[in-house]
Write a protein that binds this ligand. Structure first.
Ligand SMILES: [Zn+2]
Length: 384
């Protein structure tokens, strides 16, 4: 057992975890100032119900609405992925289902908290893609509609958590709309969206939107540094995750970081014409095209952002884009965006073909940069 602050925030818990290289089992005993640490839990444990330090403003705003009795029937949490919106929604759900909340936070020890933490609370319904699918289907929404129509089993509120809401297919979205149009008393729908522009406007307009921005770099590093101690460079992790701290922490799990570095290396080799795009595509054939796409989009974003600033500390894979005209980089960006949309809507994409096309485009893009770079160099050398 370890002594902890009376109302630990996610920050306090993460620091404790980092100190002990373990994660908290969500069994908190705040009355005794003690947190029980369960060494068997892994870093992927998703049942830790607290909000992060950088979400304090949004948390307080909702608490104020709650104490004023003005909590809406549907809230959509929006912002970039990897910053902890789902965690926030889980924390809010647990707080609302807690039988004895303390200072606006769940107590962590009542029956309600135990059930929420175990993922078995009968008044909490979670709607997310199932069975390896990328979409939420209409049958799942029908189960949600049944849940909303029933009375609460524990006598308190009922909570439905939908994440991410943009993964509802069109029929499912229309079915959900009915629940939003005819809200049931005592039920709160918490919707999480990473890309609200992809959510039906009629759904968006029926929810109170709570926006989350990327936390500033200093705050993100303050949280990430103790968690990555001895494992990885937090600055590098955060850069790899595009500044999203929760995504940065996830990079430490499995072989994600290695896979990203291998891809970066291969892309640089293609740019230098030392590897063929087709050979790289064959090597990457087991990789998920969406992951490859996500990494490429991040590097492109960095190249776009950094071109106006400084060239220091950039990864080689970003530097190879330095001489590519911005208009071409933007055109490639648009292509990646539409490819991502296609991939999300395809049931069984031909991964090999997609990767080959993507890497051939990368080769064409970087050749443009090399040609420009050579022309610039010749100009500087006074040869032309
Ligand atoms: Zn409780």
């Amino acid at each position: 057992m370890i002594f902890a602050p009376l109302s630990p925030t996610g920050d306090d818990i993460d620091k404790l975890c980092a100190f002990n290289k373990v994660t908290v089992s969500a069994t908190l005993l705040p009355f005794f100032n003690v947190v029980i640490i369960n060494k068997e839990h892994s870093m992927s444990d998703t049942h830790l119900h607290y909000h992060y330090a950088w979400q304090a403003t949004q948390w307080q705003r909702l608490l104020q609405q709650q104490s004023d009795g003005k909590l809406p029937h549907a809230i959509m949490l929006t912002g970039p992925s990897g910053i902890g919106k789902l965690q926030f929604a889980q924390a809010k759900a647990q707080q609302l289902l807690c039988l004895t909340p303390i200072s606006g936070a769940s107590c962590g020890r009542c029956k309600g908290c135990e059930l929420s933490a175990a993922g078995t609370h009968p008044d909490l319904f979670v709607l997310r893609p199932e069975d390896g699918s990328r979409v939420i289907k209409i049958d799942q929404v029908r189960r949600l509609t049944d849940f909303v129509a029933k009375t609460s089993q524990q006598g308190g509120m009922k909570l439905a958590l939908i994440e991410p809401v943009e993964s509802l297919n069109i029929n499912a979205a229309n079915a959900l709309l009915k629940s939003l149009e005819e809200p049931s008393a005592g039920t709160l729908l918490l919707l999480v969206s990473h890309v609200p522009s992809q959510v039906m406007a009629t759904i968006r307009s029926r929810c109170q939107q709570v926006d989350f921005a990327l936390p500033n770099r200093a705050a993100a590093l303050e949280w990430l540094t103790p968690l990555s101690a001895g494992l990885a460079d937090p600055e590098y992790l955060l850069t790899c995750a595009g500044g999203a701290p929760v995504a940065a922490r996830a990079l430490m799990e499995g072989d994600q970081l290695d896979a990203r570095q291998q891809l970066a290396h291969a892309l640089v080799e293609i740019a230098k014409q030392q590897m063929s795009p087709l050979d790289v595509a064959a090597k990457l054939s087991k990789r998920e095209p969406l992951e490859v796409l996500a990494s490429m989009m991040q590097w492109l974003q960095m190249a776009i952002r950094q071109s106006a600033l400084t060239m220091d500390n950039l990864e080689p894979v970003v530097l190879v884009l330095a001489d590519v005209p911005q208009v071409i980089v933007f055109r490639f960006w648009d292509k990646l965006v539409s490819l991502k949309r296609q991939l999300l809507s395809m049931a069984n994409p031909n991964k090999q073909l997609l990767l080959e096309e993507l890497l051939l485009d990368w080769q064409a893009l970087t050749r443009q940069g090399v040609a420009n770079g050579q022309a610039r160099q010749q100009l500087m050398n006074g040869l032309v």
